[in-house]
Design a protein around this ligand. Structure first.
Ligand SMILES: Nc1nc2c(ncn2[C@@H]2O[C@H](COP(=O)(O)OP(=O)(O)OP(=O)(O)O)[C@@H](O)[C@H]2O)c(=O)[nH]1
Ligand SMILES: Nc1nc2c(ncn2[C@@H]2O[C@H](COP(=O)(O)OP(=O)(O)OP(=O)(O)O)[C@@H](O)[C@H]2O)c(=O)[nH]1
Ligand SMILES: [Mg+2]
Ligand SMILES: [Mg+2]
Lengths: 287, 292
């Protein structure tokens, strides 16, 4: 017999709940459930043991739907991109890091600085967080530990000016990469989003990287949407995946903006930076 | 005629009951979606909605009230009672002896900023406040809290590079000498899977013996809230919760899940990055925001 709407109701509701329990945002869980429904309506199942068969069909369809969603984003190989720029331009490869408060932008910059210099590139950091207490000292300490220089002005200085200064300095000294750290900000704060637009406009970055917290729930969807609208996101780093987060935030973000996740932050040390793979996320979500 | 009047009446009551049930079921479905979008724990949403639906169908609407109005009142009552009631929390610590509040929480949740906010809040209420930096892990943590302490104008104690238990003990001694009656101890961020950091938190609490352990919870925290809060509570019993970053778009359902899981009540909310952007928790306001 063929699967009908009625028979799919309960399995799809359970699917949505389990996706939500993995921190997939509610509208995204609903969209995935609809995608699964489309795949399964009319599917033929045996009369006996139908419940288990339906559950298995749902599982298979969710896996497919998740992989399809994640495949929409074309992957980025950071080292290749930086190498290509270095061989074709006198300008440094500029990456601006953005995101809401406390997601791990500064720590991620330090990790990526180490990753790039371990791979033979010269790196300069720009402290465009001129607002938060201790921001200058924090980035300075990371820079010292990783063995790279940092350009900073004073608290209250114009963040765009710091970025501009760092990029000019990198160009003059032949430094390969500039990593621009910005202050955390709520995507709902119009003034701060305007400030970020200015930083990005002045920096003309090769990549804008959105740093998101894997522990965030439904807000991950809102954050990704608004940052994408405001400044455009090229790639995503998802942090704190070591905190047992199931990773649904990555699905919400992929659904919202279709941009690749380039790294996962899996701890507080410099080596706690791992490349993202779709299989890892799908396995984790499917439990 | 009485026979047909009776069957008409029965039909009408049955129809009303069916309509009533439909009204309640629809409200409960809407409630579920709202709470899930607000990041409330899935299990908690299912338990709550089951209980609310049962009450809404079994209880009698008071005279003049509809089944729908009764259901809405039950929703409000169930959520507020989960939060410990409607009243604003009492935070009148004694003035003639020292109270020590230790802040704990996940990395980046807002502990250091919230420590400064609490300092500002209690300084305004006439306490002699002291801030202690017991985070020797995060680069710049000492500078961050020191700068915030200067902004607020309160006593500050820290020893860059020193282990948390030593800084905290020495800080408390120094503050005793200065007549500080409210000490706020900032600690490093940690999560439940970092065994050595959880152990350090236990040791710190044992040594310092704080009067209150307050967990700072980010309003964006999703389905991991209950598990993380429970783990913290198991290691060092939580006295209260500080819900940070409520000025964003997140509705803070994770904090509700944490309250349900640990019994610790929310006392403060953070409404911005500045040290004066802190308020006492208001259950009715939180519930209405939670429901969208
Ligand atoms: N466990 C864990 N902690 C992390 C990870 N990434 C960053 N952190 C921690 O998260 C906290 C916040 O990191 P920051 O780098 O200061 O975050 P930020 O986004 O720059 O914060 P703001 O600039 O204040 O918005 C720090 O304690 C970091 O050590 C990660 O992948 N795992
Ligand atoms: N918008 C907003 N930002 C906040 C609020 N509370 C804290 N922040 C910001 O959140 C970020 C992290 O705050 P911290 O105080 O450094 O967090 P933390 O918990 O001490 O971080 P770790 O010590 O690394 O675990 C900073 O950018 C703060 O300014 C709040 O209520 N609203
Ligand atoms: Mg930062
Ligand atoms: Mg801190």
């Amino acid at each position: 017999k063929e699967l009908s709407d009625k028979e799919l109701e309960e399995p799809l509701w359970n699917l949505q709940l389990s996706l939500i329990e993995s921190d997939v945002a509610v509208p995204v869980a609903e969209a995935l459930s609809d995608a699964v429904k489309q795949k399964l309506l009319g599917l033929k199942v045996k009369r006996f043991g139908a419940k288990e068969e339906v559950a298995e069909a749902v599982r298979k369809a969710v896996r497919e739907a998740l992989l399809e969603l994640l495949e929409k984003a074309s992957p980025i190989n950071l080292l290749e991109k930086v190498k290509a720029k270095r061989s074709s331009s006198k300008d440094p490869f500029v990456i601006v890091f953005v995101g809401v408060n406390g997601t791990g932008k500064t720590t991620t910059i330090a990790k990526i600085a180490k990753y790039l210099s371990d791979n033979g590139f010269t790196v300069l950091l720009a402290c465009s967080d001129t607002f938060r207490a201790g921001a200058l000292e924090q980035l300075e300490m990371h820079a010292k530990r990783v063995g790279v220089k940092v350009i900073k002005h004073r608290y209250g200085a114009d963040p765009a000016a710091v970025a501009y200064d760092a990029i000019a300095s990198a160009r003059a000294r032949g430094i390969d990469v500039v990593l621009v750290d910005t202050a955390g900000r709520m995507q709902t704060d119009r003034g701060l989003m305007d400030e970020l637009r200015k930083i990005v406009r002045v920096s003309q970055p090769d990549l804008v990287v959105f740093v998101g917290d894997a522990l965030a729930g439904n807000d991950a969807l809102e954050q990704a949407k608004k940052f994408e609208e405001a400044v455009g996101i090229d790639a995503v780093v998802l942090t704190k995946v070591d905190a047992d987060a199931r990773g649904g935030a990555a699905v919400s973000i992929a659904h919202a903006i279709g941009k690749p996740i380039i790294f996962l932050g899996c701890g507080q040390r410099y080596e706690d930076l791992i490349p993202f793979t779709r299989e890892w996320l799908v396995d984790r979500i499917m439990g | 005629a009485l026979g047909s009047a009776l069957s008409q009446a029965v039909k009408k009551v049955m129809k009303a009951a069916i309509v009533d049930e439909a009204v309640v079921k629809e409200l409960v479905r809407d409630l579920q979606r709202a709470l899930l979008q607000a990041d409330v724990n899935v299990r908690l949403v299912l338990d709550l909605s089951r209980r609310i639906e049962k009450r809404a169908l079994e209880e009698e609407p008071p005279p003049g009230a509809t089944r729908r109005e009764l259901t809405l009142k039950i929703i409000y009552d169930e959520l507020t009672s989960l939060l410990g009631g409607e009243k604003t929390p009492k935070v009148d610590y004694p003035r003639n002896k020292m109270t020590k509040i230790m802040l704990v929480g996940i990395q980046g949740s807002g502990k250091t900023t919230s420590a400064a906010k609490l300092a500002w809040f209690f300084k305004k209420r006439g306490y002699r406040v002291g801030l202690i930096c017991a985070d020797n892990y995060r680069p710049g943590a000492y500078d961050q809290l020191k700068q915030l302490a200067e902004m607020v104008g309160v006593n500050f104690f820290g020893i860059p590079g020193e282990v948390p238990v030593k800084v905290a003990s020495k800080g408390v001694e120094e503050f005793k000498r200065r007549g500080v009656n409210l000490v706020i101890i900032d600690t490093a961020g940690r999560h439940k899977s970092e065994a050595s950091l959880i152990e350090e938190m236990k040791t710190l609490a044992k040594t310092i013996n704080p009067d209150e352990i307050m967990m700072v919870i980010d309003a964006t925290l999703g389905q991991q809230a209950a598990a993380q809060a429970s783990a913290f509570h198991e290691a060092t019993p939580l006295g209260s919760i500080f819900l940070s970053k409520l000025d964003g778009s997140a509705r803070g359902g994770g904090a509700l899940s944490a309250v349900a899981a640990t019994g610790a009540l929310i006392k403060f909310v953070g409404t911005g990055e500045k040290v004066d952007e802190v308020e006492l928790f208001s259950p009715p306001r939180f519930v209405s925001r939670l429901l969208g």
